[in-house]
Design a protein around this ligand. Structure first.
Ligand code: SF4
Length: 148
């Protein structure tokens, strides 16, 4: 089976699962294959492909989709939503919101992310770069701290 057919088959087989307004992707066990294909297609190493990270999974999915001429899934959060989320992660003095104590700086990240601990960039709960995560409309704070 050629690359394009394999990609089309993966895209056809996966399922978007919505639970309480949140999205997850059921890759039917094919995420490692999808990730490998996305890397072969040029998805750069600085783009993480962590299996537990929805932002990463959407990056992989969009790399596959565009490679066979499909449109990217539009997944950006509205700017107001993004800003409100970032205020919770980084804090906002003007709005009287304290910085989240889970933002990297003092706590160790999960072992799968040891080299990605960048001060004020990563969440120590999920390991994501909060700026990337907050920009994806379907993402959620695992501690439910973001505004609904
Ligand atoms: S995503 Fe949630 S837990 Fe992580 S830094 Fe932001 S507010 Fe804190």
């Amino acid at each position: 089976m050629n690359h394009d057919n394999r990609i089309a088959e993966i895209i056809d087989s996966i399922e978007a699962v919505h639970t309480n307004d949140q999205l997850s992707i059921d890759w039917k066990g094919r995420y490692p294959e999808a990730m490998k294909l996305a890397r072969e297609l040029g998805m750069p190493p600085e783009k993480m492909a962590e299996p537990n990270c929805l932002t990463c999974q959407l990056e992989v999915l969009n790399t596959l989709r565009t490679s066979i001429g499909l449109k990217e899934l539009r997944n950006e959060a509205e700017r107001s939503v993004y800003r409100a989320r970032m205020d919770v992660c980084h804090g906002n003095e003007e709005r009287g919101i304290p910085r989240c104590e889970r933002l990297a700086g003092t706590t160790k990240l999960k072992p799968t992310f040891p080299f990605f601990q960048i001060k004020d960039a990563n969440c120590t709960i999920c390991g994501c770069f909060v700026a990337a995560k907050a920009n994806v409309k379907w993402e959620r704070c695992e501690l439910n701290k973001w505004p609904q």
